[in-house]
Ligand binder design. Structure first.
Ligand code: ZN
Length: 171
């Protein structure tokens, strides 16, 4: 399977992704491919809509930061701590942009792993942040949506340039 990133401006990034109904070999292969695309782009997290597939699947790999590597199908955040903390975020769908974003310090998430195990995990710090960022993607939300309007407006010239990356791909 040859997959590549889509960028800000592509409508799929604004759609609520669909639940996976059947975890078959295609889904397992898709998750393997998502890790490959993510690593090539030096990302720590990726959601399926970012590679033009509107399915509720995310992958995270924090092994370079001594964290965990996890792929989740149909993930749901079942709890989040009220306290929010700021941290600089970027996104493979918005190359070149990074902004400080407030997110819950700690969350609980459940989902299904590629080997069809239902799991629940408590995440904090970096893992909590990446999971919240990827969950947003499954709901059509981008990290810049969390910014104050005036900050988002300042990004207009950069966003225009990023939109053009989608067209380059079609050739
Ligand atoms: Zn992202």
């Amino acid at each position: 399977m040859s997959l590549s990133l889509v960028y800000y401006g592509n409508a799929i990034l604004r759609k609520k992704a669909e639940a996976v109904k059947n975890i078959n070999q295609d889904i397992v292969n898709l998750i393997d491919s998502m890790y490959i695309v993510m690593h090539k782009a030096n990302g720590v997290g990726l959601a399926a809509p970012q590679i033009d597939i509107s399915s509720r699947i995310l992958v995270v790999n924090l092994e370079p930061y001594k964290g965990r590597k996890i792929g989740l199908i149909n993930p749901v955040i079942i709890g989040s701590e009220e306290e929010e903390v700021p941290f600089e975020e970027g996104c493979l769908s918005l190359p070149g942009i990074s902004k400080e974003i407030y997110r819950s310090k700690r969350i609980s998430i459940k989902g299904i792993t590629p080997d069809e195990k239902e799991i629940q995990l408590d995440a904090d710090e970096m893992l909590a942040r990446v999971l919240q960022h990827e969950m947003d993607h499954l709901n059509g939300i981008l990290f810049i949506d969390h910014l104050e309007d005036y900050l988002k407006k300042e990004l207009t010239p950069e966003l225009k340039k990023i939109k053009k990356l989608n067209k380059q791909k079609i050739i």
